[in-house]
Design a protein around this ligand. Structure first.
Ligand SMILES: [Zn+2]
Length: 350
């Protein structure tokens, strides 16, 4: 076992499936055989050359939504056995930074992340570095949970973080703007947390149908229907208690303030393009409605732990989100499928 297949980023739109050395591990590292690695929007941004951690000249294996099984552990590693199936939380903070100490290693300005700042999961094998093991990033996957589904723990963790921040609670009317994979995860988690009316706004008809099938109470085409009227009707006229923008669209953020109830909580969950992220809003709307407007980005290891517990519990069936799978050798086809606007999550099988 000297070489392995990997999908290696060589530059914008240049992803090559090639033979590379199997990563060497140190005394404090673990080597995983990758079982499934899912392709998300971040990976698409990497492929298009738009990720700040993949500057010009970067040659790296992406992939950060991963489940693997232990094939080897360094001699100082304790607590893992060969064959054990593990989900890997991707983000590592510096152990002594204020952000990491506070449980927010995703906010550490010097964060490291698997598949982002170091080689990741679009490969047959992956090294898990000592820092990740020390910080608790390896999480057992329950018997019977499909590894591609368990790899959804990472996006679910981002969504869990987002909903904690705006405290999605029993009885809430929740408006989710955008019904891509993240929007759908928001719908499913909001349901689990007890939201009583979940409205989804999404221009693509196929996406609306998916959202309805996966737990939305109501779907709206914002281009051809009066979203504000639907939200009023679904909330006894008060507006949405919680609004989550799950698409990179400025207008959604501006509109959210008007659609919120008195005391409404808004999460700008989906980031905007960095060249076009200045929005306009009436500050008095925030003032007189006492709105809480926040954002969340990525997920901490603790968020992953909570999400892993949800996935392992079987209380949320995420399997409908895996809509296509491809062998690693077809990585480019898989990336195209992930970008087609119809799939929710595409998984790679090394
Ligand atoms: Zn991701």
């Amino acid at each position: 076992m000297d070489t392995m297949l990997a999908a290696v980023y060589h530059g914008p739109e240049d992803l090559r499936v090639e033979e590379v050395p199997v990563p060497a591990i140190g005394a404090d590292d673990v080597l995983l055989r990758v079982l499934r690695a899912n392709i998300c929007g971040t990976d698409l941004r990497i492929l298009h050359g738009g990720h700040r951690m993949y500057p010009a000249g970067t040659v790296r294996i992406p992939g950060h939504e991963v489940v693997g099984e232990v094939v080897a552990a360094g001699e100082r590693v304790r607590g893992y056995r060969v064959g054990q199936r593990l989900f890997v939380a991707p983000n590592m903070g510096q152990g002594d930074s204020r952000e990491t100490i506070s449980g927010n290693n995703n906010l550490d300005p010097n964060f490291e992340a698997i598949g982002i700042t170091m080689d990741g999961a679009f490969a047959q094998y992956m090294r898990v570095p000592a820092a990740a093991i020390r910080q608790g990033n390896l999480m057992p996957v329950a018997e019977g949970v499909d590894p591609a589904v368990a790899a959804l723990t990472e996006p679910l963790a981002c969504v869990w973080r987002g909903q904690q921040k705006v405290n999605v609670s029993a009885g809430d009317v929740v408006l989710v703007m955008g019904a891509g994979p993240i929007g759908v995860l928001h719908v499913m988690l909001a349901r689990l947390r007890g939201a009583t009316q979940i409205i989804v706004s999404e221009p693509a008809a196929g996406r609306r149908m998916q959202a309805l099938a996966l737990g939305a109470d109501q779907v709206v085409d914002p281009l051809n229907e009066d979203l504000a009227a639907v939200v009023r009707a679904g909330s006894n006229g008060r507006g949405a208690d919680v609004i989550i923008t799950a698409a990179p669209v400025k207008a959604l953020q501006e509109q959210a303030l008007d659609l919120a109830a008195m005391g409404g909580r808004i999460n700008f969950f989906g980031g905007l393009s960095k060249s076009d992220s200045v929005i306009q809003f009436n500050s008095n709307t925030v003032h007189y409605k006492e709105l809480i407007v926040t954002g969340t980005t990525a997920c901490s290891t603790y968020d992953c732990l909570r999400a892993a517990e949800i996935v392992n519990s079987g209380r949320l069936d995420l399997s409908p989100l895996i809509t296509a799978s491809f062998p690693l050798t077809s990585a480019n086809t898989a990336f195209a499928a992930a970008a087609d606007g119809k799939n929710l999550r595409v998984t790679l099988i090394p």
